[in-house]
Design a protein around this ligand. Sequence first.
Ligand code: BV8
Length: 240
Amino acid sequence: MRNIVILTGAGISAESGLQTFRAADGLWEGHRVEDVATPEAFARDPELVHDFYDARRARLGEVMPNAAHVALARLDAEWAGQLLIVTQNVDDLHERAGAKRLLHMHGELLRGWCVACDARFGWAGAMGEGATCLHCHSPGKVRPDIVWFGEMPYEMDRIDAALMNADLFVSIGTSGAVYPAAGFVQTATYRGARTLEINLEPSQGSIFFDERRYGPASEEVPKWVEEVLVAKEPLKPPPI
Ligand code: BV8
């Protein structure tokens, strides 16, 4: 086993104190998806959408990565084979834990996107309707650099290439409710990869996984990473 693809969802950040989406106290409880996470919603009521994301961006400053984020960063640092962490999360906890081989398929809270000049840039703090583009300085054209429902996720080519080449696909802390992410397990299986689900409870796609482990990510992920790193035979570095 050399090439690993890991998909993470809101469940991996739950123990850091970030709300998940579908839990009783989840993000979608307070807000209807179509009111805050669609381009139509942003056109209709940008203030409501900015308030939703400004609040989540502010919350980031109050939380820390947990043992699951730290364990994946360790695997990233020590795994000689190919590894890609594909997160659906818009928080920055994977980065803060030290993960490098990481991509945000649904964007990032700490980034802005100017719909006037198409520039994308780091953004800390409230954004709000009046935000001015850091590149073209147009006011009121900056939106969160986040993939909303109906929009194409980021870096799908890179994700597909990694799935095509994977020996192992692992899904952590996701309900498997949102596509195309929820379909990755079938793509990986179709390409001959072994598949493992680590979650608090069975996800909507749990039947598609070869192996399932249920429990809090902060306990199950460090255990799994230890197994993988201990099991690894002294891999020779890939031929130049
Ligand atoms: C698109 C950013 C065209 C915003 C997000 C096929 C069939 C049906 C519908 C569709 C389909 N294809 C497309 C659609 C439409 C739609 C979709 O899937 N709708 C669903 C609702 C049916 N998809 C789209 O619109 C996507 N775009 O399709 O474009 C296209 C077509 C083909 C190829 C390419 C493109 C865009 C979707 C992205 C939307 N943006 N996020 C924001 O964050 O505000 S999605 C957002 O919701 C998250 O990023 C994530 O993806 C999803 C939430 O899911 P989870 O992260 O899994 O969170 P959830 O709360 O649901 O579950 C948490 C899990 O963790 C639970 O299972 C729980 O048990 C577990 N857990 C909790 N605590 C712990 C834990 N596990 C371990 N330890 C714990 N402590």
